[in-house]
Design a protein around this ligand. Structure first.
Ligand code: NAD
Length: 496
């Protein structure tokens, strides 16, 4: 790939230039273009969906035995592993995450394909207890064309979480990656093709979500949408889905509380809170962005946390030692800055950060330092809205009852963290927190075998887990009559 070239995109089994505007995807650490491509056009959306529909009907993929589909998914996992370094470096350039993180995302994507290959070949259909002269069964069928709409913060891992179970379930997939991070989805399509996925079964449509994602969601041949992104977009998609009576899963935003009880192991808590908010520069749906610390511990804990946060290595994402790279774009950094200014206007104080770093690489990219605000109440806007950057708001709490009320006082309910040496106490608190995931004495750890998703404005439905494949399948019941005689109701005499 050279910079002068315009990258082709994958539409209905062919690689060609998109019909939309030419644009560059840029390296957030320097602002320099990484690649040029043409966005997809609305005609491309139509071609991709029609192609996916035809491939679904005629390629034989849906009819392949589960272990045959699994073979292709295992091959995809293998090819991702073979090209792991190349993919991780490309991802680093596409979205600016430190290389250590992009390697982990690529490894996670390979693991996801492997996991859903295994889930596919071991998925059981059931014979249900019979309540008459029949044998009753419950089986699963593919849905058809699935749209996978993904955000910019964890490409390839986000795409794998949708594409792998959807393909495992026998479907065709059209990916709409975030406009500014299209490169890994395109690479994934190349790998799928090489692994033997039938042509047309997977397309990738880079470009504007409000145009392409919207058209894809509305398309009558799209039978399911799996979306990860912001809550406002998710709600828009949910409305369209309601009109189409189409199932949809929504992985949305968060404003997760992380709680340090007075009996916490402070070494673990400091490390976990830091990782929870500042890894990925806070550009994570599950970022632990609201910190509640037991009042007697507040000052000593904050002193240690602040000192450790000040030592985090912000800088060049290509450097193996870098812990925080740049934010995704200039516009996003400005949005983070506006939130910090708002926190100060709301009466908050800066304990750390709050100013763009300057000099060297910092003058080119969209860097922002670890930032800690305090002196604010949970009801204030910076505590209620998702900032999606390296900004932690810290608050002391006096008793667990008040803590639970505040921790749960959010439109979001994606994740939460608890730091305590007392497992019974943590268990009781964990059960009272409203969140799709609660981490106890750890944070931001993931397993593909554990379902993930949010409550309330953080989303609908679950991804991952062995049964994640069923999100992409329709359930069907079959009854097999075993009567020797015709059904009695008709009152027919038998001929015997
Ligand atoms: P976004 O909602 O702006 O965009 C997400 C995707 O939706 C992109 O591909 C975009 O092009 C597309 N899109 C935009 N408008 C659309 C429309 N009208 N119809 C259909 N598609 C449309 O989100 P973002 O800024 O890319 O990502 C950040 C958000 O994603 C944050 O809120 C973050 O919390 C959330 N997120 C959630 C999870 C999770 O698993 N819960 C994971 C990662 C990110």
């Amino acid at each position: 790939m050279t910079l002068e070239q315009t990258l082709p995109i994958c539409i209905a089994g062919t690689w060609r230039l998109g019909g939309g505007e030419r644009y560059a995807t840029c390296y957030p650490a320097t602002g320099e273009p990484v690649a040029w491509l043409n966005a997809a056009s609305l005609d491309d959306v139509e071609a991709a969906v029609q192609g996916a529909h035809q491939a679904f009907l005629h390629s034989g993929w849906a009819q392949r035995k589960p272990h045959e589909r699994a073979t292709v998914l295992y091959r995809i996992a293998g090819l991702i592993r073979e090209r792991a370094e190349e993919l991780a470096q490309l991802q680093r350039q596409d979205n600016g995450k430190p290389i250590g993180e992009t390697r982990a995302l690529v490894a996670s994507a390979a693991g996801t394909f492997q996991f859903f290959a295994a889930a596919c070949e071991t998925l059981e259909e059931t014979i249900t207890p019979s309540r008459g002269d029949f044998v009753s069964m419950s089986v699963y069928e593919p849905m058809g064309v699935v749209a996978a709409i993904t955000p910019w913060n964890s490409p390839i891992a986000s795409e794998a979480q949708k594409v792998a179970p959807a393909l495992a379930g026998g479907n065709a997939v059209v990916i709409k990656p975030a406009e500014i991070t299209p490169l890994l989805a395109l690479q994934l399509a190349r790998i799928c093709e090489e692994a033997g996925l039938p042509k047309g079964l997977l397309s990738v449509l880079p470009g504007k979500g409000s145009v392409l994602g919207d058209a894809l969601t509305r398309h009558p041949l799209v039978k399911r949408v799996s979306f990860t992104g912001g809550t406002r977009t998710g709600k828009h998609i949910a409305h369209i889905a309601a009109d189409k009576m189409m199932p949809v899963s929504l992985e949305l935003g968060g404003k997760s509380p992380t709680i340090v009880l007075d009996d916490a192991d402070l070494d673990h808590a400091v490390a976990g809170v830091l990782y929870g908010i500042f890894s990925s520069s806070g550009e994570a749906c599950i970022a632990g962005s609201r910190l509640f610390v037991a009042r007697p511990l507040y000052e000593p804990f904050m002193a240690r946390l602040t000192a450790a946060a000040a030592q985090l290595r912000v800088g060049d994402p290509a450097d193996e030692r870098t812990q925080m790279g740049p934010l995704i774009s200039a516009a996003h950094r400005e949005s983070v800055e506006r939130y910090v200014a708002l926190g100060l206007a709301e009466g908050g104080r800066l304990r750390l950060g709050g100013e763009r770093p300057a000099g060297g690489v910092f003058d080119q990219g969209y860097f922002y330092p670890p930032t800690i605000l305090e002196g604010l109440g949970n009801h204030q806007q910076v505590c209620q809205e998702e900032i999606f950057g390296p900004v932690l708001v810290a608050m002391p709490f006096d008793n667990e009852e008040a803590l639970i009320t505040q921790a749960n006082d959010s439109l979001y309910a994606l994740a939460a963290g608890i730091w305590s040496r007392d497992y019974k106490r943590a268990w009781a608190l964990g059960r009272k927190l409203q969140a799709g995931t609660v981490w106890i004495n750890t944070y931001k750890q993931f397993s593909i075998s554990t379902p993930f998703g949010g409550w309330r404005d953080s989303g609908l439905g679950r991804e991952k887990g062995r049964l994640g494949i069923l999100q992409y399948m329709e359930q069907k019941s079959l009854y097999w009559g075993m009567n020797d005689q015709p059904l009695a109701w008709a009152g027919l005499e038998t001929g015997q």
